[in-house]
Design a protein around this ligand. Sequence first.
Ligand code: BGC
Length: 337
Amino acid sequence: MFKHLFFVLIVICLVSFTISGCGEKAEVALSPLGKGINLSALEDGEKSDSYLDKEKTYKNIAKSGFDHIRLPVDFRNYSDGGGELDEKFLSRLEAIIKMANAEGLTVILDFHGWYNLNVGNGDDELFISIWKNLAESFKNIDSGIVFELINEPHTTEGGDLDAETLMELQCKTIEEIRRISPERTVIIALAEWNGPWMLKDFEMPDYDNIIVALHTYEPLEFTHQGQKWAGTDDVHMPLTEDMLEGLTGQLELIADYKKQSGNEVILSEFGVVTNGAISESDVEKYLSCITSFAEKNDIPWTYWEYNGSFGAYKEGFWGMRSGWQENVLNALIKAEE
Ligand code: BGC
């Protein structure tokens, strides 16, 4: 009897040893993108970013019901003129990705800040080279990372990213990435700030595992009111039914596109200032309008943002009085359950 039991135990040990690969922690199975949150800092050298390096950030996010994070990064700040990425930065990024993945959170790496690059002047070479280096650096992490090629491209300020040029740039970039990482899921942008109104003339390029990113802050005067940095110090307005109608109109463009085309979409940015400029109940009502629409129409989303002026979570001084903004979390997660 004991001999049999011993034999069974040995077999169980051997099987689990083989599955988990020499006693290493088995890779956490990550779900497809559903509900996520933007971790803003690395797109802007002036923001405090130390919370990105703490395990507790990812535990906190996963525990609250999110399944992914989006990491906006201006990779130009961490690369040389040929697109080679700084080693120290890459190790930091890898540590962040691993901490997030260990909690079951997929990481969207978003190239933020270079919205007005000029392909005519050769900016595309650096852009593509950075993505090739990122693909190379993370080719061993499969489902845990998704690449979002470019954030809110638009044609002002000397750039030339009209819809056609942007699409050519993205296709070239996808091809280079896929040479290195054939399975990598890639999120592509729409011209004009990822605006849903651009969907009417949009043709999805013919690649597997592609998702289209949309953004909405409709109406901007409401979502960005009372902020010095946005030049809206003097703007103060309550939420109205007309505003919600306008917002729903944009969401319907996304839902209709998804239904008619069968293509995958993600609302990778939406949000509202949460630092007291808008009443808590208006914040909750505005965000619930988006999340319940998204739930009904099966649209994955990523809230802007975890901390900062649109923050869902407030980090108190020295960690004291830190916590989720209940009204924001209610609208994002609990209201849907
Ligand atoms: C920008 C942030 C801004 C947010 C809401 C993001 O794309 O990078 O600076 O706070 O949009 O406007």
